[in-house]
Design a protein. Structure first.
Length: 65
């Protein structure tokens, strides 16, 4: 798989976790599970940001091959 494909899948998973956490919260599910789902989504988004945001040289780690 190429890097953009993997990053896109990670972002879709983060969105699904956020939507799932909201749905679970609305149904009165476990608060701990809702919080953990949101924490995981934030971590996934932060990881994608680290790979995509350019560094000092103007290239991102996702661009380096």
């Amino acid at each position: 798989m190429s890097s953009p494909t993997v990053l896109s899948i990670i972002m879709l998973a983060a969105a699904a976790l956020t939507i799932g956490a909201f749905a679970l919260w609305r149904r009165g599910g476990s608060r701990l599970q809702v919080v953990l789902m949101l924490v995981l989504a934030v971590i996934m988004i932060a990881n994608v940001a680290l790979w995509v945001i350019p560094g000092e040289r103007g290239t991102s780690p996702a661009d380096v091959r």
